[in-house]
Design a binder for this molecule. Structure first.
Ligand SMILES: [Zn+2]
Length: 369
């Protein structure tokens, strides 16, 4: 059926007339996917009728899902009822969709209680593709969808359900033809630009990869900051002499002087999925407000992970831009700060004052760690 639908133009397929008519009696007998919006629908979907050139008709729900498209929110095609796909195939599809890595055929077969050969045959008959091709299409669909709406690459891969940037970028390569391969393997062959500057909080080192600011480090000793940068990006080519990059540093220093103004630069945040959850929650804390580690753990839905949350805060590579300084102890104490407790105090004082009038933090003499 998949092959047939690519040979017959959708506009000439009798099923298309039922879509145009929003025929409810057609629901459950076929589905359609729309290439331009990456969604699949049931025939009676109330959305505006789209150009049939962008539409593929599918005999089964599993075939529609095998495109990697998402279920339409308006017509809820997954709930459309009488899909006759073999339940073992449906269970295999759900397992693939829920897994971060593409499951091995043997694991899928064991999960649904069939032999690998039998599942492969049933799967291909129901979906028109192999389990591996289904999994690949599904992952690519997620990547495209999330990249279309996320503001940063990091947001996209966390939302797409990838536990690590490496896996996401390797999928993005295939899904988008992006040259993201150099992001794999801890940034090997990656170009990182950096520059040093001075703020009222002392020396600042700002470093960017091609996608955005990847590190903002604060300290008293520029040499120590450079060593820190080299440790964080051990395989990257570090370039520190581009005069054009100084404007980026100036923008970051402006943020440090006045955190309430926000940072209008893209960020390229590297970390584990858990760290990303913590850092995103940090970015949602308003200027002038503080939370405790316990609050933050609760906010990311991991109330028991207070210690892990504290470690993620300590591992934050983007001082001020990811405001880990807004986390305090339950008794109101400042707790630690990777870039020195004095800097943390100065930042918090400034932010508290900023809700009354704009300010600049006092010069701090705090030392790192
Ligand atoms: Zn729809």
């Amino acid at each position: 059926m998949t092959r047939l639908s690519t040979i017959i133009a959708t506009a000439d397929d009798p099923r298309w007339a039922r879509v145009v008519a929003r025929d409810r009696t057609a629901d459950g007998s076929f589905w359609y996917s729309v290439a331009t919006t990456s969604v699949y629908c049931r025939p009676s979907c109330p959305s505006r009728t789209c150009n049939p050139k962008n539409v593929t008709l599918h005999a089964t729900l599993a075939q529609a899902r095998a495109t990697g498209c998402r279920a339409c929110r308006r017509c809820d095609p997954d709930a459309a009822g009488t899909d006759r796909t073999h339940p073992a195939v449906l269970r295999a599809c759900r397992m693939i969709e829920g897994a971060e890595d593409i499951p091995a055929l043997r694991a899928l077969a064991a999960h649904v209680g069939l032999s690998a050969w039998h599942l492969h045959r049933l799967f291909k008959a129901a979906t028109g593709v192999t389990p591996h091709a289904y999994a690949t299409a599904h992952r690519h669909g997620r990547v495209r969808h999330e990249l279309g709406r996320a503001t940063t690459i990091t947001d996209a891969y966390v939302a797409a359900g990838f536990g690590s940037g490496g896996r996401f970028y390797s999928d993005a390569d295939a899904a988008l033809g992006m040259s993201a391969g150099r992001y794999r393997d801890g940034g090997s062959r990656e170009d990182i630009q950096f520059a040093l500057g001075v703020s009222t909080l002392g020396h600042v080192l700002v470093a960017s990869a091609s996608r955005g600011v990847a590190a903002i480090l604060l300290g008293d000793d520029p040499k120590a900051l450079l060593t820190d940068l080299a440790t964080r990006f051990p395989k990257a080519r570090l370039t520190g002499d581009d005069p054009a990059y100084r404007t980026v540093v100036q923008t970051v220093i402006a943020l440090i002087e006045e955190p309430a103004a926000g940072l209008a630069l893209p960020l390229d945040i590297r970390g584990t999925a858990f760290q990303h959850r913590v850092w995103q929650a940090l970015r949602a804390i308003p200027v002038g407000t503080t939370l405790t580690y316990t609050d933050l753990a609760r906010q990311i839905g991991a109330p028991a992970a207070v210690r892990a949350v504290a470690s993620a805060c300590a591992a934050n590579p983007l001082a001020v831009a990811v405001p880990c300084h807004r986390i305090v102890r339950a008794d109101g104490g400042l707790a630690g700060y990777a870039w020195g407790v004095d800097r943390k105090r100065a930042l918090l004082q400034c932010e508290r004052a900023a809700s009354i009038e704009p300010c600049s933090p006092r010069r701090s003499t705090g030392s790192r760690r």
